[in-house]
Design a protein around this ligand. Structure first.
Ligand code: PLP
Length: 678
C-alpha cells in the first residue's frame, strides 16, 4: 500500500525563527510515529506561502504567524541567507486574519493554526474567531514535539472515516451473522457449483461488507445517532454545509425528498424545464404548482444550456409567493450559473433555492471550479458523489444551508424514500469519498484539470474533431450571464470526421475499447474525473487520431428534432397523474399523427432519454406539434429511450385524461395551496 505524504507549511517572516521551528519540527516528525508522512516546509512571506499552497497539493496544514511583514526587493531574504540582521526595510504586508481568509478561499479543506504571542492572545483569538482556524500555538513555548503531536492528530482527525472504520472492524471481527442479508457474508454462494463464480468475480469483501440495519453498531441511516451521524457531520464540514445527509438512491431520490419537504400541494415552484426527471417526479409527489422556465438551447450542437438570467429574475419577481427555485448547475455538459445574484434575488423574495449539483460534487475542492452552490448561498444542494467522486453508484449527498431547515419534516420525507435496508458499503463509499476529497481532492483535481487541457489540445490537433469551448456551447441568449464551463466535461464536435455519432461510438467501442459519457447528433461528451489517467487520455487521442487519418468523406448527420415549446399546463401535475387515464396511440391507422390526441391532456411525463428533458408533463396540453415531434423522435432516434411512451402491441401510445376525468379535476387556476402546519 502506498503511504501518504503530508506537508505542513509554516509561514513566518523571521528567517531565524522559521529555520529553528522547521528544524525542530522535522526532527520530531522523524523521531515520533509518523503514519501520514509528515514533513515541514516554510515560507517567509504571505505571497510565497500562498504560492506554495496553490502549487503543492500535499500541503495539509498551514501554520500562520500572526504578524507577517513584507520583504522589499528580496533584501530580507538576502539577510536570511547570510544570517544577517534586520537591515532590510519592512512594511506590514498582510494580517494573519487576511491571510487566513485567502488560504480558506483557495483551499477550504486545509487545517489552519496560528502562532501567537502570549500577551496578544485575546486580541488575536477574537479577531480570528469567525474564521476557520483549528487552533493556536504560543510562539515562545517552542514545544516542538508537542506541536508535532497535535498536528499529527489533526491530520488523523480529518482522515478519519467513522462509518467505514466501524464497518471494517465489524467485518474483520468476523461475527457469526444471524441476520440479513440472506447470502450471509457470501456463505450461500461460496462453494456453490452454480453461483460460486459470482462470489469469486465480485470478491469476498463485497459480501462481507454487505451489511445493513440489523447491525446496531453500524448505526441507522434513518435515525443516525452514531457513526453515520458522525460521518455526515464530517461531510458537512468538508462541503461547507450546515448539515449533510447521505442518500443511497442517488440525486434522483435526493431531489424528490427536498421537493416533498419544502412544498405543500398547490404551492408554487419555479424550475428549469430542463431539470432532471427526478425533479419533475418531485412535482407530482409534492403536488407542487410548477412554473416552468425555458432553458436556452444551442440548436447547432443540440446542447441544452442554462435558463437565461433575465428569465429567472423575472420569474422571481412575478411569482413572489413561490416556495422554491430549482436549477441544475453544472449541467450535463458542464455549464454552470453565476449563482450568487440569482440566489440573492430569490432570497430577497423569500424563495428558497435548491441547486441540483449531480455533476458537480468535486467542485468544492478546487478554486477554479468554485463557488459551489453552498458557497453561493443556496439553501440545498444535491450531489451524485458517484458521478465525479469515488463513491459507489447511487451514493449521493444532500447538503443543507437553510437557516429555517425543518429537520423533522425532512426526516419523514427522507425515510419515506429510503429503503429500510440501505446498502452499508455504499454509505462507507460516501465516507471514504469525503476523506479522499479533503485529503487529496485538490491535488487530484489539479491533475485532472491539467489532463483536460492537454486532451483538448490533442483532440483539436486531429483536425477531424474539435472541442467545443464555452463560447461554442453557450446559446446566444445566455452569453452575457456570467456562465462558466467545468473543463472536466469535454464536448467534441464530430461533424467533420466522416462518421455519424452512432458509427463513431461503435468504432470507439469495438475497435478501441472506449465508451463515452453521452452524445448528441453531432457531439460526444467525455467525462474526466479524479480517476482519469494520462494513459487513458493517450488511448483516446490515439483512437481519434487513427479515425481522423482515415479521412472519410463527411456524412450527413441526422439532427435531433427541435424540442417543441412548452404548451399550457391545465391541471396540477399531481392531479393529472393520479387520474386513471386512457392510452391513446401516437399514430392513426394510416400511420399518420393521431389527431385524436390533439387538445387532450397528458397524464404522464414523456421524456426522451437522453437528454431527459420532458416533452410533456402530467397536466399539460397536447398539441399537433408535440405529437409530430414524438413521432419524428421515434423514427429518427431509434436508440433513444422514450420514457412515458407505452407500447400497446406495436403501437406507441401515451396516457391521457379521459373526457370525464378532465371535467372532474380542478383546473389549475382554481387550485389553492394547502399549506401544512410546521
Ligand atoms: C442533472 C441531474 N440530476 C440528477 C440526476 C440523477 O442522479 P442519480 O443518478 O445520482 O440518481 C442526474 C443523472 O444523470 C442528472 O443528470
Amino acid at each position: 500500500m502506498t503511504q501518504p505524504t503530508s506537508k505542513i507549511l509554516l509561514i513566518n517572516d523571521e528567517p531565524l525563527i522559521l529555520k529553528e521551528f522547521l528544524k525542530g519540527l522535522n526532527a520530531a516528525a522523524r523521531a515520533l510515529d509518523n503514519p501520514f508522512g509528515i514533513s515541514f516546509i516554510g515560507a517567509l512571506t504571505a505571497k510565497e506561502g500562498l504560492q506554495l499552497i496553490e502549487r503543492d497539493g500535499d500541503i495539509q496544514v498551514v501554520i500562520v504567524d500572526d504578524k507577517l511583514y513584507a520583504v522589499q526587493d528580496g533584501g530580507r531574504r538576502q539577510a536570511a541567507r547570510t544570517g544577517g540582521a534586520r537591515e532590510a526595510p519592512r512594511s506590514l504586508q498582510v494580517s494573519a486574519l487576511k491571510l487566513v481568509q485567502k488560504i480558506t478561499a483557495l483551499r477550504p479543506e486545509l487545517d489552519l493554526y496560528i502562532l501567537i504571542e502570549k500577551e496578544k492572545e485575546d486580541q488575536i483569538v477574537d479577531a480570528l474567531f469567525a474564521e476557520a482556524v483549528d487552533g493556536y500555538f504560543y510562539r515562545e513555548e517552542r514545544d516542538l514535539r508537542g506541536m508535532y503531536r497535535i498536528l499529527n492528530a489533526q491530520i488523523a482527525e480529518r482522515a478519519r472515516t467513522p462509518f467505514y472504520d466501524a464497518l471494517r472492524s465489524y467485518v474483520l471481527a468476523a461475527k457469526d451473522a444471524w441476520h440479513t442479508p440472506g447470502h450471509s457474508s457470501g456463505d450461500s454462494l461460496r462453494g456453490s457449483p452454480w453461483v460460486n463464480e459470482f462470489h469469486e468475480f465480485m470478491g469476498e469483501h463485497v459480501f462481507d461488507a454487505d451489511l445493513s440495519v440489523s447491525v446496531k453498531a453500524l448505526d441507522s441511516l434513518m435515525e443516525p445517532t452514531g457513526v453515520i451521524a458522525e460521518s455526515q457531520q464530517m461531510a458537512a464540514k468538508a462541503f461547507g454545509a450546515r448539515k449533510t445527509f447521505f442518500a443511497t438512491n442517488g440525486t434522483s431520490t435526493a431531489n424528490k425528498v427536498i421537493l416533498q419537504t419544502l412544498i405543500a400541494p398547490g404551492e408554487k415552484l419555479l424550475l428549469d424545464r430542463n431539470c432532471h426527471k427526478s425533479v419533475h417526479h418531485g412535482v407530482v409527489l409534492s403536488g407542487a404548482r410548477p412554473v416552468y422556465l425555458d432553458s436556452s438551447v444551442n440548436k447547432k450542437f443540440g446542447v441544452f444550456g442554462p435558463v437565461p438570467k433575465a428569465t429567472i429574475l423575472k420569474a422571481i419577481e412575478d411569482h413572489a409567493g413561490a416556495q422554491l427555485l430549482v436549477l441544475t448547475s453544472c449541467t450535463y455538459d458542464g455549464l454552470r450559473y453565476d449563482l450568487k445574484p440569482i440566489v440573492d434575488a430569490a432570497h430577497a423574495r423569500n424563495i428558497k433555492v435548491l441547486i441540483d449539483e449531480a455533476w458537480y460534487s468535486h467542485a468544492r475542492f478546487h478554486p477554479d471550479l468554485r463557488p459551489t452552490a453552498m458557497e453561493a448561498g443556496a439553501d440545498y444542494a444535491t450531489q451524485s458523489a458517484h458521478k465525479t467522486l469515488s463513491a459507489f453508484s447511487q451514493a449521493a449527498f444532500i447538503h443543507v444551508n437553510d437557516a429555517g431547515f425543518k429537520e423533522h419534516l425532512f426526516r419523514e420525507n427522507f425515510n419515506m424514500h429510503t429503503s429500510t435496508s440501505p446498502m452499508y458499503s455504499m454509505i462507507a463509499s460516501l465516507d471514504v469519498s469525503r476523506k479522499q476529497a479533503v485529503m487529496e481532492g485538490y491535488k487530484l483535481l489539479e491533475r485532472t484539470l491539467m489532463l483536460a487541457t492537454e486532451l483538448r489540445e490533442q483532440i483539436n490537433s486531429t483536425g477531424a474533431f474539435r472541442v467545443l469551448e464555452l463560447d461554442d456551447l453557450l446559446p446566444d441568449e445566455v452569453k452575457g450571464d456570467g456562465i462558466r464551463l467545468d473543463p472536466t466535461k469535454i464536448t467534441v464536435d464530430i461533424s467533420s470526421c466522416g462518421m455519424t455519432v452512432d458509427e463513431l461510438q461503435q468504432e470507439l467501442y469495438s475497435r478501441f475499447n472506449i465508451t463515452v459519457e453521452k452524445s448528441t447528433f453531432n457531439t460526444i461528451t467525455l467525462l474526466l474525473t479524479i480517476g482519469t489517467t494520462r494513459s487513458k487520455c493517450s488511448r483516446l487521442y490515439d483512437a481519434l487520431m487513427r479515425i481522423a487519418r482515415a479521412q472519410r468523406a463527411p456524412r450527413r448527420l441526422y439532427r435531433t428534432p427541435d424540442l417543441p415549446p412548452f404548451t399550457e399546463l391545465l391541471h396540477l401535475p399531481r392531479d393529472a397523474y393520479y387520474c386513471g387515464g386512457e392510452l391513446v396511440p401516437l399514430l392513426d391507422e394510416n400511420d399518420q399523427p393521431n389527431r385524436q390526441l390533439i387538445g387532450r391532456i397528458c397524464a404522464d411525463q414523456v421524456v426522451p432519454y437522453p437528454p431527459g428533458i420532458p416533452v410533456l408533463v402530467p397536466g399539460q396540453l397536447i398539441t399537433d406539434n408535440i405529437v409530430e415531434y414524438l413521432i419524428r423522435y421515434l423514427r429518427v432516434q431509434n436508440k433513444v429511450e422514450l420514457h412515458g411512451v407505452v407500447y400497446q402491441g406495436y403501437f406507441p401510445s401515451i396516457r391521457v385524461l379521459s373526457a370525464a376525468e378532465e371535467k372532474k379535476i380542478a383546473p389549475l387556476h382554481e387550485t389553492a395551496p394547502e399549506r401544512r402546519a410546521a
